[in-house]
Design a protein around this ligand. Structure first.
Ligand SMILES: Cc1cc2nc3c(=O)[nH]c(=O)nc-3n(C[C@H](O)[C@H](O)[C@H](O)COP(=O)(O)OP(=O)(O)OC[C@H]3O[C@@H](n4cnc5c(N)ncnc54)[C@H](O)[C@@H]3O)c2cc1C
Length: 478
């Protein structure tokens, strides 16, 4: 469809170009397509190259997924019912530090894998029953430059694409970020690294040493030795075991993998894991070489804004942060839901930048707070509820957040302010105030708790006390 030259055109939906077809890009495409916009996604990787590890799905991520029309069955989620933590001594003995059963009042914690999540999102995007016009994904298409003012993408093959809106969902090493003012800010690498892998359970059946990891469905394990942690949990409806090995990378800047798809060294993993009990070493030995990812942990000071002209950043492109407890993925899903709420079908082309401003202000506040919270923690601290970890802040502010509700309210208030500024008669304002957002359902009007992070007390047993928030209804019902 050619671009409409009329900036006030509200009828045809916007032409949206998304740079990056991973979790953030696809989730945004689902949300914008549901509003009636025409979305094209450009992904540099080959579509069959889906390597990745396990991803924890906590209530804020699950709420965002449900808003996009993706549910637990779609991501083949496995619910965690019990967490056992071990302290490993220098001699290699493991002592049970704690055993926590997650009962019905506890936090709802599910696991998925990157593959299951990405495939579920892709299926949803291409589901003919899902609302909105068809969206296109172009793989093996690298974007080398963008013009955010004119809305042009320049592809590596020399061709161009034009749209009303560009979504920069191109990850931690984002090329789009440099276009946003102050956006050429450098991400930095913490001296920490993480190995990830997914192991099919059937591969473990013949190895008695690892039987504990596949015996009880829904059991997660955490082993701690010095500054290293090995986290093990089930996923894919108990078909897979996910492994996450966090280590302090004091060896210098040797592993500077820029892409998730680069090969990793199992020898390095086994060397770092020396001293862990034999069941752990046997498990690590069972990882097939091409299923292993070794990534440095990237971080970046918060950007002041996430947009310029027709370009808006989301996910890791906007706010790289440590990947603890699935919150990096959760923030990308929340961004997608937020953009879906703000870019309503009837937004005229020349009204888009105002909506981006609202997105920038609102999302950067939340993402920066989550980033600051997670910074300086190590994931084992979060699992154990120790160190500087504040359990109740994590529970209420981070996990208890409903982005659709939050952004719908923000948009409603913003519309009232606009109406006042435009001197609209009081009667119309009253009407506006009473009209719920089309995506807002009355049962969702639970107040969002936002306690000041610094006032939160420490908690050792946060897992067992996390109450499950009511899941929001999906906005994109078919
Ligand atoms: C293959 C892969 C596996 C991953 N596995 C895990 C995991 O196991 N656990 C975890 O916590 N997180 C994982 N992540 C990261 C996780 O997806 C993100 O941290 C989070 O979901 C935010 O997603 P994002 O879409 O913003 O960024 P990303 O997921 O990093 O996606 C960015 C996408 O943009 C593409 N891209 C970048 N530059 C260009 C360009 N110039 N032109 C076109 N395309 C471009 C990249 O190829 C990539 O697919 C993985 C990411 C990838 C790409």
């Amino acid at each position: 469809m050619p671009l409409s030259p009329n900036p006030n055109d509200r009828d045809n939906g916007l032409q949206v170009l998304v740079v990056g077809g991973s979790i953030g890009g696809i989730a945004t495409a689902i949300a914008l397509k549901a509003q009636g916009h025409h979305v094209k996604i450009y992904e540099q990787a080959n579509s069959h190259d889906i390597r990745g590890g396990g991803i924890n799905v906590f209530p804020n991520a699950l709420g965002a997924l449900r808003n996009l029309g993706v549910d637990l069955d779609d991501i083949r989620a496995t619910k965690v019912k019990k967490v056992t933590r071990f302290l490993v001594s220098e001699e290699g003995d493991s002592l049970v530090d704690s055993d926590t059963t997650l009962d019905k009042d506890a936090c709802v914690w599910h696991n998925t894998t990157y593959r299951d999540l990405l495939e579920a999102l892709r299926d949803r995007l291409q589901d003919p029953k899902a609302p909105g016009p068809r969206a296109d994904i172009f793989t093996s298409q690298q974007i080398v430059r963008i013009d955010p003012k004119k809305g042009i993408l320049f592809l590596a093959d020399g061709s161009e694409a034009r749209g009303h809106v560009i979504v920069g969902a191109d990850g931690v090493h984002s090329m789009c970020r440099a276009s946003v003012s102050h956006g050429n800010m450098q991400r930095f690498r913490l001296q920490k690294g993480v190995f990830r892998a997914v192991i099919p359970c059937e591969r473990l059946l013949s190895e008695p040493k690892v039987s504990r990891f596949i015996q009880d469905s829904g059991q997660a394990f955490c082993y701690n030795l010095d500054h290293k942690s090995l986290l093990i949990w089930p996923a894919s409806e108990n078909e897979n075991v996910c492994v996450k090995f966090l280590y302090d990378d004091l060896t210098g800047f040797k592993s500077l993998c820029k892409d998730w798809r680069e090969p990793s060294s199992k020898m390095k993993l086994l060397r770092l894991a020396q001293g862990f009990p034999e069941e752990c070493i046997a498990l690590l030995n069972a990882i097939s070489g091409d299923a292993l990812q070794d990534q440095p942990i990237w971080d970046m000071d918060p950007l002041r804004q996430y947009h310029v002209n027709r370009l808006v950043l989301m996910g890791d492109a906007a706010h790289p942060m440590p990947p603890h407890c699935g919150q990096r993925v959760a923030m990308a899903l929340e961004d997608a839901v937020a953009l879906g709420v703000l870019l309503e079908r009837n937004v005229p082309q020349d009204g888009v930048e105002d909506r981006f401003k609202l997105y920038s202000g609102t999302r950067s506040t939340r993402s920066s707070a989550v980033q600051q919270f997670i910074r300086g923690l190590n994931e084992a601290d979060i699992w154990r509820g120790t160190g500087a970890f504040h359990g109740s802040a994590f529970r209420t502010y981070i996990l208890g957040h409903d982005e659709r509700l939050h952004m719908s309210r923000t948009l409603g208030i913003w519309k009232i302010q606009q109406a006042f500024q435009q001197d609209i008669p009081k009667q119309a304002v009253a009407q506006l105030r009473e009209t719920p957002s089309p995506q807002q359902k009355p049962q969702d009007s639970k107040p969002v708790q936002r306690p000041a992070l610094q006032q939160m007390g420490r908690s050792r047993s946060w897992l067992s006390r996390l109450k499950s928030p009511k899941p929001p209804a999906a906005i994109t019902s078919s």
